[in-house]
Design a protein around this ligand. Structure first.
Ligand code: CO
Ligand code: CO
Length: 304
């Protein structure tokens, strides 16, 4: 598939009708509860497989853990959370590897399969397509606010719910409706992953700020200047590509650039099929928001 279009996972064709899809992801805890961390890390690792339109089959755990400083029970809880999420996805954990490290880290290397003709890619967004997002934005800003004790763990509940939600149902709708392009929103934020899709497809986009779904409190916290370093770096990196309507403050742009953990799918879909996609998402038990449009003019224009 090549590296130039920044697709979500690596693909290796085994035969005319079968390709392997492989990805790996792991990170440090973003919530206090080890079981929840395990669930989120697993959902996040599986996400790149779903973003390619593939079916995950097997996974290997990747663990770093301070064996002398923390109780082994904490590690067991992380692994239990990951195992339960893998079970929900119908994925078999075949094994894994643990190293002693000063800070815990957890994630998975995941293998899936897909028909080579049905791979969902970044390239393929066409002028006139609608942009649909399947999870609200805000996990980076909210977890930073929790780390700084600006909000308590209870206020993180909504973010935790979304982060531990698999993208399997959203991907099933994307496959059913045959979207033109698909990726998942993670560390580069909505703007960063949209930018990758636009660059791969040779098009631009028009985003409507008010139609982007946000988690509770995110707007307030962003206006107070609370955002992780990665979010600020994302915005700085993309600032020159943005054409922003007067009156939209930079704090609001931080939201669109917010580094997400286990974010939703971002899809470009033929406008005639957009309602069908939104209905398919709902029928599958997922959600979707129409947040903008693919246009010919390069860059990302942001309106209110
Ligand atoms: Co991805
Ligand atoms: Co990844």
């Amino acid at each position: 598939m090549g590296f130039d279009t920044s697709d979500d996972a690596g693909v290796y064709r085994l035969s005319a009708d079968l390709a392997l899809v492989q990805t790996v992801d792991f990170f440090t805890p973003i919530v206090d509860d080890p079981y929840t961390f395990g669930q989120i890390a697993a959902a996040n690792s599986l996400s790149d497989i779903y973003a390619m339109g593939a079916k995950p089959l097997t996974a290997l755990n990747i663990v770093a853990f301070p064996i002398d400083a923390l109780s082994g029970d904490v590690l067991l809880e992380i692994l239990r959370g990951g195992a339960h999420k893998a079970e929900e996805a119908g994925v078999a954990i075949l094994g894994g590897h643990t190293v002693d490290d000063c800070e815990p880290k957890f994630g998975m290397a995941v293998t899936g399969t897909v028909h080579p003709d049905r791979i969902l890619r970044n390239a393929g967004a066409r002028i006139g397509d609608r942009l649909v997002l399947t999870k609200p934005i805000g996990t980076g800003i909210l977890s930073t606010a929790a780390k700084r004790d600006r909000i308590d763990q209870d206020a993180l509940a909504e973010a935790i719910g979304w982060m531990s939600t698999l993208n399997d149902r959203a991907a099933a709708a994307a496959i059913e409706v045959q979207v033109d392009a698909c990726t998942d929103v993670t560390g580069f934020g909505l703007l960063g992953h949209l930018w990758e899709m636009l660059r791969a497809s040779g098009v631009g986009a028009l985003l409507a700020f008010d139609s982007v779904p946000l988690m509770e409190l995110v707007h307030v916290l962003a206006r107070e200047g609370i955002a992780p370093g990665g979010t600020r770096r994302n915005l700085k990196f993309l600032r020159e590509q943005l054409k922003v309507v007067p009156g939209l403050p930079d704090e609001d742009l931080l939201i669109l650039a917010d580094a997400q953990t286990s974010g939703g799918l971002l899809m470009a879909v033929d406008p005639a099929k957009c309602d069908f996609l939104l209905q398919a998402l709902q029928r599958n038990g997922a959600q979707g928001w129409d947040i903008g449009e693919i246009v010919g003019e390069p860059g990302i224009s942001i309106t209110l």
